[in-house]
Ligand binder design. Structure first.
Ligand SMILES: C[C@@H](NC(=O)[C@@H](C)NC(=O)CCCC[C@H](NC(=O)C[NH3+])C(=O)[O-])C(=O)O
Length: 351
């Protein structure tokens, strides 16, 4: 039997709490030198009753932003893009303000409005309106530019999916190839991520999958199975599909220095605070959470219809956690799932 793992009891409690808040199922995978620990809870399919399965694939939402950031930072390492140059130098005329730099996109300091706020103001109607639609990057940027900018460039942090849509456009302009090929050749293949794919605009999750269930805005209304969608509203800001093991491999490899030069990883992990409590930070397409035990973890969170994701590692990449619950539009479930971080990295017992 495995050695006692108090942290994993806390992880299991967090998964149970996420279910109590409305997730049909949840799971987490924790890796440390010489150990892999797994907890699963509930179901991955409410109709068949199939139990949650740690091998299953799901939509990782904005954890995709870290994949996109890694590709762009590799291009910066290769001298093919400069972070402090205006986006206008690379995508002339796309943005209305040539003071917006590449770094402003990666740090959410561009001031470009987030088109998803209007798109998903009404959760289920908004989702149903776009779940089978295919958008061009240009259309998504157009939706953003129809709304007022949120800040002068560089002045303040304001999270916006638009920033990583433009990052996707930059990657395709600089490489001359679709962003899917960049993920594949620069991350998926080198790290052997067999469960990770970018299939936009295909709506299916191939293979062993977790079905996602969206909570409507109306209390008591039935869950909506949101598994199949193009995720075209998100693309390079949120359309990657992966698994717990692949997310552990990805965040560990990133923080362990396998994907970027030490200088570029240093730039990526140079953060500014995003909360008043000074425990949440953002770098370049990367979040930092400062946990109660003093451990700092780096990675990203994800929210896409039917799926909440956390994928984080310690700064040296030696310890990593990925966690998922197959629901969304239910903040309490997301917060409960987030409890896996403190439990796993700080070894806390259940509350
Ligand atoms: C915040 C998160 N961001 C992401 O993962 C990106 C890709 N997702 C969003 O911007 C949320 C879109 C609406 C989700 C929908 N909500 C609504 O429709 C609300 N009316 C839902 O909860 O499924 C992150 O960076 O961690």
């Amino acid at each position: 039997p495995a050695a006692p793992a108090p942290g994993m009891d806390g992880v299991a409690a967090a998964l149970t709490a996420a279910m109590a808040e409305g997730a049909p199922g949840a799971m987490a995978r924790y890796t440390a030198p010489g150990e892999v620990r797994v907890r699963t809870a509930g179901v991955r399919d409410r109709v068949s009753g199939a139990p949650m399965d740690i091998r299953a694939r799901f939509r990782i939402g904005s954890v995709s932003k870290t994949f996109s950031s890694v590709v762009l930072l590799q291009l910066a390492d290769e001298g093919r893009v400069e972070l402090d140059r205006p986006v206008d130098d690379y995508l002339p005329g796309l943005l209305p303000d040539d003071r917006i730099t590449v770094r402003h996109l990666l740090t959410h300091r561009s001031g470009l409005a987030d088109y998803t706020e209007a798109m998903f103001h009404r959760t289920v109607p908004g989702f149903e309106a776009v779940r089978n639609r295919v958008f061009s990057y240009q259309e998504l940027v157009g939706l953003s530019l129809a709304a007022p900018r949120t800040t002068e460039p560089g002045v303040a942090y304001k999270y916006s999916n638009t920033n990583f849509v433009v990052v996707g456009m930059l990657i395709e302009k600089l490489t001359g190839r679709p962003v899917a090929e960049a993920y594949d050749s620069r991350i998926v293949k080198p790290l052997g991520l067999r469960q990770t794919s970018y299939v936009h605009p295909d709506t299916r999750i191939e293979g062993l999958r977790v079905r996602g269930y969206l909570h409507p805005d109306e209390a008591g209304a039935p869950l909506v199975d949101s598994t199949e969608q193009t995720a075209s509203w998100a693309q390079s800001a949120g359309a990657v599909i992966s698994s717990p093991a692949d997310l552990n491999t990805f965040t560990s490899a990133l923080m362990g220095g396998r994907l970027l030069s030490p200088a570029m990883l240093g730039a990526m992990t140079t953060v500014t605070p995003t909360d008043t409590a000074n425990t949440r930070f953002y770098g370049l397409g990367l979040r930092r959470y400062d946990l109660s035990c003093g451990t700092q973890v780096y990675g990203h969170t994800g929210t896409v219809q039917g799926y909440y994701t956390y994928a984080f590692s310690t700064r040296d990449g030696r310890r990593s956690l990925s966690a998922m619950a197959n629901t969304s539009n239910r903040g309490e479930a997301n917060t409960a799932l987030g409890g896996t971080l403190e439990a796993a990295f700080c070894g806390t017992q259940p509350a």
